[in-house]
Each structure stands twice: as C-alpha cells, then as structure tokens.
Design a protein around this ligand. Structure first.
Ligand code: NAP
Length: 484
C-alpha cells in the first residue's frame, strides 16, 4: 500500500524534521500542510532535504483546513512551492487558482480535492465529485464523513463504478466507519492513502499513523466487531495487540451498525473480503438469518458471536462457549459434577448452559422472567429455581449471566447474597468493571471469584485463531485488555 504522510507541523524546520522521520518509517509520499503553520513561510528551500515526492497543500477553511489566506497570497505561495521543486500541489476543486496558475501547473502533478466533513451524499453525487476533481486535476481526491454503514456501501459502489474510467483517484472515508477505506485503500481503488507521522499528529479524523498502515501491506487481514452501541469496546485493543505480537499484517476495526444495517454490513464483509466479525449486543441472535450457515454449536446456543468469512460464505459460530469453558478450566473452576446456579436466561446463559452440560454439571437456572428460565433449563437438561428459593439452596458455583452490575446498568445484585458461601466459585460474565459488586459480595462470604474479563480474553483468542489460524498468546491479549 502506498502511504502519503501528512505533516501538520507549526513551521518549516519542524515539518522537515517530521518529514525525515516519515521517510525513515517507510512513507512513499509527503504532504506538507502549510495551512497548519502559524505563518506562511517565504523560504521553502529546506524542503529540498526531503527525498520523497512532496505535495504542497494550503487547505482552505471551507474544505476543512485552516488557511484564511486570500487568493493573491495563495497564488504567490503555490508559485514559490512549484519553483522550489514541490512535485505536486493540492488545490481545492472550487478554487480559481487552478485556472490562474494555468500553464504553471504543467510541471507539477495537480491533486484536485473535495471534502465533506458532514456526511456522504448519494452514489451519483459521489461520482459527480470524482468526475469534477478528475477533470481538473491529474489525481482526484475526494473525502467524505462516513456516518453509517450505508454511506460506506455507497462509497465502495461509487469507487467501483468510477474506476472503469481509468482515472487515478484517492477516496477517503472519515470517522470510525471510514477507517477501512484507509486500511484497505487498494480495495477502494485508491492510488494511495494518507497517514500521520505518529499518533496525535492526525490531519483528519480517523487517520492512522504511517507505521500501522505500512505494516498492513497490500492484503491485510481485517476483522472487527459489530453491535450497537459499541462505546469503548476493549476488543480492538485485545485483537490489535495480538496482530502486533504475532507480526501479522492485520487490523481489528469497529463497525457500529443498527439491526436494519446488518445486510449492508455483511455485503461489505463479502465484497471487501473482511476475514470475520465479532457480534455483540443486540445482534447476536438476529444476525443468524443473514448468514450462509450457522455451525451446530451456535445453533444450539441460538446466538452467534463470531462470523467467519470462508471465501465469501459467511458462517456463524460461538466462541463464548469455548471462551467460558477455557476461562473456568484455567482458573481451576471445573464445574464437572458440581451443582451450578446460572442467573439469567439470555444468550450468555445459554452459552453457559452448554458449557455446564458438556462438563456434566448439575445445572440450575434462575431468571427475572421465570418462563424464560423454564425454556432454557429444558434446552440444557437443567432445573429451575425461583429467585426467592436460591438463598436456601447450596451451590458449588454461581454464575451471573445478567447485565446487572455492568457499566451503564443498575448496580444491583442479581441474586440474594445469602446464596454465597465459603469455598464456592462466583463467576461474573461482566467484564466492565472487571470486579463487580456481585464478585465483591461473594468474596466477602469467602467465595473464590472469576471475572468476565477472563472469558472475554479466551473468547477473543478463539475467534482470532478461527480467523487467522494462529493462536495468540494469552498474556498479549490480557495486556491489550488492560491498556484498552
Ligand atoms: P441478554 O440476552 O439480553 O440476557 C440478559 C438476561 O439478563 C436476561 O435473562 C434478562 O432477564 C436478565 N436481565 C436483564 N436485566 C435485568 C434486570 N434489570 N434484573 C434482572 N434480570 C435482568 O444478554 P446476554 O447476551 O445474555 O448478556 C448478559 C451479560 O453477559 C452481559 O452483561 C454481557 O456483557 C455478558 N457477556 C459477557 C461475555 C464475556 O466475554 N465476558 C460474553 C457474553 C456476554 P429477562 O429474561 O427477564 O429479560
């Protein structure tokens, strides 16, 4: 992948220094954002120290930059830049400078650019923007804010339609959902993409740093998470730590989507060759209808938390089951032959039921809605205990499969604390916060505790291995979760 580093420094000296760093980091082109400088420099000769092709940009405020200079000053500046040897200039599609510079532009490459920081228009208008910029410049650059999955789909379709013209272009999606237009710039037909020299020096929202992009290469493994809302998910930190540690050219991205957007998102997964997705609340059940196949384990649980793209065929599986089982065994909490109380009757409770059934536990379910507890108990050879009864019963293990105690939910105990006993295992599937009131209360009664963070890490390890064929080290993913 060809990467252009945007230099957003205050002055010439700083920009040249950052340019030299970008060159050492493997950049292919350098863009100097002169509009980011406190003062427009007269002497540009220091930029001759840079050996890579350079682009001079003086982005106007109307196009998302900081330049308030008048046309005369801008004209004089671009003449200086061309004279000093800048190989390319980037001028906004609506600027009269394109005509005023006229023949002077013959000796340089003209990047004609269009930006919309608010949203993405219809497919026809995206193509219009590409045609307009391509007709004025040697390279068309268009950038749109991606607000939803539909925006991203239209951008890909427009890129594919326009690419038949043979014109060179760069297409960028700004914002979280637009990141893939940078990581997979080749799949969107872009001649190159933009990066920062380091984190914190981004020229536009969602711009990755040059080392991250260069490490991805031309055919990166892209995986990610869908759900709504995704908030501050730990999964990118967990998975990206694994990609880095195994030196695999891959990236884990967030794809927030509503239920109605799932078909379009899965279209993009197939079309772009995204290797797979994790699925979280509220789509674990309703995503199943859009998949080509659901494996027996996920069918049994009635929920998919991992989608695998097998050459365009999307298969649903569930690594919550294996993740919970591995977390329990790693902690020395094998439920084999033990009596276990599961609180809840949703997808997590069903995954837990399957683990307990596999390990041969004596399974009890309790739930706010008793009828749902009956249903899930029937499915996993368990029995039902009323909320009021459990305090008088004895369990070797109690597992919270409700969101009570999770950040954003009521900080209430999901069960009467009298259920806790010394020597018993208390397992909470919640990982945010890592230590819940449920676990604190259980510990006070002398119970051994296991946080949902362990299950989160093991389910992530299993999903990563399913997608890449490589098993990431536990410690790497755990450290990723801690820093995430
Ligand atoms: P779900 O399908 O929505 O089920 C939620 C369950 O909790 C239902 O049984 C529901 O009871 C009960 N519940 C919800 N609010 C309640 C309340 N205010 N009082 C009493 N009960 C309540 O959710 P899920 O997918 O099973 O997930 C449950 C939890 O597990 C979530 O916190 C999730 O983050 C966690 N989880 C963690 C991991 C991990 O890797 N650590 C993996 C999966 C899930 P009703 O039937 O009465 O509605």
């Amino acid at each position: 992948m060809r990467v252009c580093v945007s230099l957003v420094e205050d002055g010439v000296k700083e920009a040249v220094a950052a340019g030299l760093i970008a060159q050492a980091k493997g950049a292919d082109l350098l863009e100097v954002r002169f509009d980011k400088m406190t003062k427009l420099p007269e002497d540009l000769s220091a930029f001759r120290k840079l050996s890579l092709p350079r682009i001079a940009t003086l982005r106007t405020e109307g196009q998302g930059g900081s330049s308030q200079h008048g046309d005369e000053e801008r004209l004089r500046f671009f003449r200086r830049a061309i004279r000093i040897g800048f190989e390319n200039v980037d001028i906004e599609y609506d600027s009269p400078l394109i005509y005023r510079l006229g023949r002077e532009l013959r000796s340089v490459g003209l990047i004609c650019s269009f930006h919309d920081f608010t949203g993405t228009p219809s497919k026809a208008r995206i193509i219009d923007a590409l045609i307009t910029t391509a007709s004025k410049g040697d390279l068309a650059k268009v950038a749109f804010r991606i607000n939803n999955v539909g925006d991203l789909k239209r951008l890909l379709e427009a890129a594919r339609l326009f690419s038949v013209t043979g014109n060179k272009f760069v297409l960028l999606g700004m914002g979280e959902l637009g990141e893939i237009t940078r990581s997979m710039s080749g799949a969107f037909g872009s001649a190159f993409t933009y990066a920062s020299v380091e984190k914190g020096k981004e020229a536009a929202p969602g711009q990755p740093d040059v080392e991250t992009l260069k490490a991805l290469g031309d055919k990166p493994v892209i995986t990610g998470l869908t759900g709504s809302p995704l908030g501050h998910s730990l999964s990118p930190a967990i998975h990206n730590a694994a990609y880095r540690s195994l030196k695999l050219p891959g990236q884990y991205l967030l794809f927030p989507a509503t239920a109605a957007e799932l078909p379009d998102l899965l279209y993009l997964v197939r079309e772009l060759g995204i290797r797979g997705l994790n699925v979280t609340i509220p789509h674990k059940e309703n995503v199943m209808r859009y998949l080509d196949d659901v494996d027996p384990l996920a069918s049994r649980v009635g929920a998919v938390n991992t989608i695998v793209n097998k050459n365009g065929k999307l298969v649903g599986t569930n690594t919550d089951v294996s993740g919970l089982e591995k977390a329990l065994l790693a902690a020395g909490a094998d439920p084999r032959g033990k009596s276990v109380l599961v609180i809840g009757a949703g997808g997590a409770a069903r995954a837990c039921g399957l683990v307990l059934e596999r390990r041969g536990a004596d399974i009890w379910f309790t739930n706010r809605t008793a009828s749902r507890a009956q249903e899930v108990a029937k499915g996993f050879s368990g029995r039902v205990a009323g909320h009021g009864d459990v305090a008088h019963m004895t369990f070797d293990m109690v597992v919270n499969c409700t969101p009570l105690g999770m950040q954003g939910f009521p900080d209430e105990l999901p069960v009467d604390p009298q259920v806790f006993r010394a020597g018993q295992w208390a397992v909470d599937l919640i990982y945010n916060p890592p230590t819940t009131r449920f676990l604190e209360e259980a510990a006070k009664h002398g119970a051994k505790t296991l946080s949902g963070m362990e299950m989160l890490i093991y389910q992530a390890m299993d999903a990563f291995e399913t997608w890449t064929g490589q098993r990431p080290p536990y410690e790497v993913m755990a450290a990723g979760a801690r820093t995430g």
